[in-house]
Design a protein around this ligand. Structure first.
Ligand SMILES: Nc1ncnc2c1ncn2[C@@H]1O[C@H](COP(=O)(O)OP(=O)(O)OP(=O)(O)O)[C@@H](O)[C@H]1O
Ligand SMILES: [Mg+2]
Length: 328
């Protein structure tokens, strides 16, 4: 049986697909949040209805805690600080280790992982260290025969073509716009699946800056501090009520509207760096921030068709799977 495991380690969430002989046998996602072992007074106390699914991988002698709980309102641990070196940090390795552990396969024929576009050169070689026998002190070893490292939005390009969201013809070019939490990646094609290097890049802005702006606006309206972006994020994502300092705020209506101008500035900056869109057939919006950025993208890229891939959070992973299978 040929096993392909793909892990899209984003700064916000880790997305995992496990396939056996071409069929997906497991799909899961968990927050990109890691903690260290604690010895707090209540560290061993759990209330009766608290569901704990935690993995404790050991990386370079340090034990990390990674919670696999899905749909968390607020992550159990803190998210790693965004930065160019996330892909070579211990936090990243702990998340990847947790993903491989939870994949529950002792043998992986192809492991596919990704890096943001702007750090691909810097980190791709280093990430290939995830081949051979890997052991995270969790009582089992995993054999990884081959590791493939892709620029993250390349996954969405493959998925978009495979799912016929964008044209597959050789001579048609596309822009893949992957809006993540801390970063946004742009990948422009140069015929078929070739990447146009000059017009592919990443910036260190994503949905987190939008949540920060909203926090600043609420703080200024209230004249009180507002610092918890996770609560703002959750309320927007789940369209649930948001309360701060005992007052209700309409985030999805009023505040997302007020923050539009800021999103447009980010998108205009990207638009400028792509240089021209005259050869572009469509902009494929992907990543968890697709919905929040859609209006601004349609406005700024007004002469180009804009499409959103279905289930944009998992689109890179779906494409990684295609790449993994073709490299078997
Ligand atoms: N259903 C949803 N509605 C609105 N926003 C969502 C939804 N699901 C996720 N998001 C937002 O998408 C973002 C995460 O997207 P994604 O998983 O693509 O990022 P990432 O790949 O982990 O981050 P990065 O690309 O910065 O490494 C979060 O900011 C989250 O708030
Ligand atoms: Mg991403």
């Amino acid at each position: 049986m040929k096993i392909v495991v793909v892990v899209d380690v984003g700064a916000w969430a880790v997305k995992v697909l496990v396939a056996a002989d071409g069929r997906i046998i497991k799909k899961f996602q968990f927050p990109s949040a890691v903690g260290l072992e604690t010895n707090g007074a209540l560290s061993t106390f759990r209330s009766g209805n608290e569901e704990i699914i935690e993995v404790r991988p050991k990386i370079d002698g340090t034990t990390y805690r990674v919670s696999l709980r899905q749909n968390q309102q607020v992550a159990d641990h803190s998210r790693p600080t965004p930065g160019d070196d996330f892909q070579i940090s211990r936090a990243h390795d702990a998340l990847l280790a947790a993903a491989l552990h939870a994949a529950e396969v002792p043998h992986i024929d192809v492991l596919v992982i990704g890096t943001p576009v702007h750090t691909y050169l810097k980190h791709a070689e280093n990430l290939k260290k995830w081949s051979g026998t890997v052991d995270f002190g969790l009582g089992k070893r995993i054999l990884v025969v081959k590791t493939l490292v892709l620029p993250q939005p390349y996954g969405s390009l493959l998925a978009g073509k495979n799912e016929r969201v964008i044209e597959r013809e050789e001579h048609i070019n596309h822009i893949i716009l992957d809006v993540g939490h801390y970063s946004t990646d742009v990948l422009t094609t140069k015929g078929g699946l070739a990447v146009n290097d000059d017009r592919s890049f990443g910036i260190g802005f994503g949905t987190a800056v939008v949540y920060q702006k909203i926090a600043d606006m609420i703080a200024s309206d209230l004249r009180l501090p507002v610092t918890d972006l996770d609560r703002i994020e959750y309320s927007i994502r789940s369209r649930s009520q948001y309360i701060a300092h005992s007052r209700h705020f309409d985030l999805n209506g009023e505040y997302l509207q007020r923050v539009q101008a800021h999103i447009e500035v980010i998108v205009s900056d990207l638009y400028g760096r792509i240089k021209t869109t005259e050869d572009i057939s469509s902009v494929l919006l992907t990543g968890g921030g697709s919905g929040i950025f859609e209006r601004a993208v349609r406005k700024i890229f007004r002469s180009t068709r804009v499409c959103i891939i279905s289930d944009p959070i998992h689109a890179n992973a779906r494409g990684y799977l295609i790449a993994g299978h073709s490299s078997l």
